[in-house]
Each structure stands twice: as C-alpha cells, then as structure tokens.
Design a protein around this ligand. Structure first.
Ligand SMILES: Cc1cc2nc3c(=O)[nH]c(=O)nc-3n(C[C@H](O)[C@H](O)[C@H](O)COP(=O)(O)O)c2cc1C
Ligand SMILES: Nc1ncnc2c1ncn2[C@@H]1O[C@H](COP(=O)(O)OP(=O)(O)OP(=O)(O)O)[C@@H](O)[C@H]1O
Length: 204
C-alpha cells in the first residue's frame, strides 16, 4: 500500500484538541521494531474505527534529559519514521525538568483533550512527576491496550537500551536489524504546525 506521508500533522502538546482519537504514547527513541508494532496497532485500530490516530511523544527522550543515556535518533528522524507508520497526528511534548515536574493527574487531563477511545502503551509505561503514574492509573481514566512485547530472533525483547549498547560496541548490523530500517525516511515530509521544534520542515 502506498502511504501518503504528507498528511501527518505535528503539533505541540498544548495545541492538540480532538473530539475523538486513538493514542499511542512513548519516548520512541529510534522507533525500533517494538515501537513500530505498538504504533501500528494504534494506527490500525484508528483506521478501522475511522477516528484520528495520535502518536504522543517526548523530545528529547526523558532518559536523555535525565542524563542517563545518549539519544539514538534525531527528532526529525523520529518524526519521519512515525509518519511512515501512517499516524494522523504526532504530538511532541518538549521534555525538560519543568515538564517532568507535571503531575500524573495533569498529564491525564492533557490526554483527555484528545478524547481517546483507547490508548496503546507497553506494560512498563510510567508518567508524571517522579514516574508516579502507571498503567493502572491510565486505565482508571481510559481504555488501555497493552502492547505485546516484540522480541528479537534470539528471544530477547527489542529495546532502545539494547540498540544503544550494540551501537556503542560497533555492532551496527545487529543494531540496524533491531531498529528495523525503512527506505528513504531520513527526511520528515509531514506538516509541522508548531514553531517550537528544532528543525525546519522539508519543502516539497
Ligand atoms: C508529565 C510527565 C512527567 C514525567 N516526569 C518524570 C520524572 O520526574 N522522572 C523521570 O524519570 N521520568 C519522568 N517522565 C518520563 C516517564 O517516566 C516516561 O519515560 C515517559 O512517559 C515515556 O514513556 P516510555 O519511557 O515508556 O516511553 C515523565 C513523563 C511525563 C509524561
Ligand atoms: N519490544 C517492545 N515491544 C513492544 N512494546 C515495546 C517494546 N519496547 C518498548 N515498548 C513500549 O513502547 C513504549 C515506548 O517505549 P520506550 O520509548 O521506553 O522504549 P524502550 O525500548 O523501552 O526504551 P529504553 O530501552 O530506553 O527504556 C513503551 O510503552 C514501551 O513499553
């Protein structure tokens, strides 16, 4: 199927407001094969239900902001890869120490502005100041869809952490295979509706 990758709209978390949606949430650093499965499940459910799909992400990834890890991919590459998966909207929350202090309740209120009929996350998803919110808290407000973990051929879960370690060890082919390559996705081709992001949209 040919995807029109010019229709995805990128907004900040303060701009988004929808009467219906299906949301996938995560840092999605590298948009690896596990992330792709989670996002695709949300996009497919949204298409079937004929409601907009929303991928809600954070830039830079929280683990990078807290100085724990190097970033795997640029924001532009992340947006390009998510666009390729067919999301209607990508919400980018600028993640800094001020944002990190937001309460779990306040984040749930933010999500509520999209009126989601379901939200896709992994089992270990946390949110809010000091990671105080978990999947149970999310499920007390919304229908939650827990992603089935995607493992590599050797049976280990695919994760950004593993890909970072493989790249640091110079094992690029293995890292590429976990990250899952797309053709021609280094440039974002959707519509950028926020001035806040740190790169310019490609002119068509
Ligand atoms: C409103 C909000 C506040 C957060 N505050 C913190 C925090 O204080 N410390 C922290 O390590 N992570 C914090 N996070 C990051 C989350 O723990 C988590 O990394 C993020 O929701 C993305 O989920 P993922 O890591 O499963 O992709 C916060 C996230 C949100 C949405
Ligand atoms: N292999 C996987 N299969 C399915 N879902 C996954 C997989 N890896 C991560 N997820 C889910 O995707 C969402 C975003 O994950 P996140 O960005 O934290 O990736 P990660 O690979 O776990 O990163 P890190 O290794 O840096 O913690 C989370 O809800 C997480 O549970």
């Amino acid at each position: 199927m040919d995807l029109d990758t010019t229709k995805t709209q990128v907004l900040s978390d303060t701009q988004i407001s929808l009467s219906r949606s299906i949301i996938a949430i995560g840092a999605f650093d590298g948009v690896h094969r596990g992330h792709q499965a989670l996002i695709s499940a949300a996009v497919n459910e949204a298409r079937t239900a004929k409601v907009p799909s929303v991928v809600w992400t954070f830039d830079p990834p929280p683990k990078v902001v807290f100085g724990r890890v190097p970033q795997l991919c640029t924001l532009e590459e992340k947006l390009a890869r998510i666009t390729r998966l067919g999301a209607d909207y990508i919400v980018v929350a600028s993640f800094n120490r001020h944002y990190a202090a937001k309460s779990a309740k306040s984040f749930l209120d933010d999500l509520g502005r999209c009126n989601p009929s379901s939200i896709h996350v992994g089992q270990d998803f946390r949110f809010g100041r000091k990671q105080s919110g978990d999947v149970g808290d999310l499920a007390s407000c919304f229908n939650v869809n827990i992603a089935t973990p995607v493992n590599c051929d050797a049976g280990e879960p695919v994760s950004s952490t593993r890909i970072r370690a493989l790249r640091a060890a110079g094992r690029q082919t293995e890292a590429d295979s976990l990250q899952g390559a797309f053709d021609k996705v280094s440039q974002f081709t959707g519509r950028l509706l926020t001035e806040d992001l740190r790169f310019k949209e490609t002119t068509q």
